[in-house]
Design a protein around this ligand. Structure first.
Ligand code: SF4
Length: 296
């Protein structure tokens, strides 16, 4: 689930250690159905899709990376699903001979990301010096990638035309079987789609306090900050979630109560959503914005 956020970090780290990375194919119906069959009914759609991707990788590589990312400090927690994934995949795929690789980030327990990567490098048989060098290069690649994506968003912000901000976790917004259908629809309708999570992360964490001073989830806080940073630039905001997402259920309600100056659409995707229903809701939302702006 952290793929869209950490891909440059992971790929560079393993490349620098002389290892090849294998990535599963983009999500399709088969991946989603495989994941759904492996997950419990109560799991969110993102976790089902994740399990489908793990299943697609089983037997294709020496290790499958399943990190445990708990938090980056106080009030900077990840959803509990991110804590459970290493145990979950080891259990779900216990009958396969697949080996899993993990690292743990839990800043509240003094387990930082750098130490976690050095430990992972050691497990792979690398020296501390090699792992440190690889981590530094990986961190740089991650920052460069994020900065480039933020700059692209800034350019889009300056363009003329109707803009809609998509507030979603990256693995929902960018997944070809989930949020990407929304972005594609907006583009086809001549709308400029922007992303709440593609902003300067430090600035977003600070600005998130304008909407909530108590939200404890890191990614939700980045999204809240992204909304605070962009709300004056956009014509509408889509709150896009995977069913049933605990953090989004709370945070989206909070956004709906506190953001009154911009039209909002709450879109919850599940495995049965289908594109027709989503497109109808997007079409109505765009019409509402156009009507409100006197363009219809
Ligand atoms: S934040 Fe929501 S969508 Fe993401 S893993 Fe947790 S429950 Fe699933």
């Amino acid at each position: 689930m952290l793929y869209y956020r950490c891909y440059a970090l992971w790929k560079t780290f393993f490349q620098k250690l002389g290892m090849e990375t294998v990535v599963s194919a983009p999500t399709d119906r088969e991946i989603m159905e495989r994941g759904t069959a492996l997950a419990i009914d109560e799991a969110c759609l993102s976790l089902k899709v994740y399990l489908g991707h793990v299943a697609a990788l089983v037997g294709r590589c020496d290790y499958i990376l399943a990190p445990r990312v708990s938090n980056f400090g106080r009030q900077r927690a990840m959803c509990t699903r991110f804590e459970s994934t290493p145990d979950l995949v080891r259990n779900v795929f216990r009958d396969s001979r697949q080996k899993f690789l993990s690292y743990e980030v839990d800043a509240e327990q003094k387990k930082g990301e750098e130490d976690a990567f050095l430990e992972m490098g050691k497990e792979l048989g690398c020296t501390a010096k090699e792992a440190k060098r690889a981590y530094k290069a990986a961190k740089k690649a991650e920052l460069v990638q994020h900065k480039a994506r933020v700059q692209k968003q800034e350019q889009l912000c300056r363009r003329e035309g109707m803009k809609i901000l998509i507030a979603a976790h990256s693995y929902v917004a960018e997944d070809p079987y989930m949020g990407k259908t929304v972005t594609d629809y907006l583009k086809k309708a001549g709308i400029i789609p922007l992303r709440a999570d593609l902003v300067d992360r430090d600035a977003a964490l600070k600005r998130s306090r304008e909407l909530s001073s108590t939200c404890k989830w890191e990614i939700s806080r980045e999204i809240l900050g992204g909304i605070a940073l962009r709300r004056e630039t956009v014509d509408g905001i889509i709150l896009l979630s995977a069913f049933p997402c605990g953090p989004d259920a709370m945070v989206n309600e909070l956004i709906a109560r506190r953001v009154k100056d911009v039209p909002l659409l709450n879109l919850v995707l599940d495995s049965q959503s289908g594109t027709a229903g989503v497109e109808t809701r997007l079409e109505s939302f765009i019409d509402i914005i156009r009507f409100k702006e006197g363009k219809l």
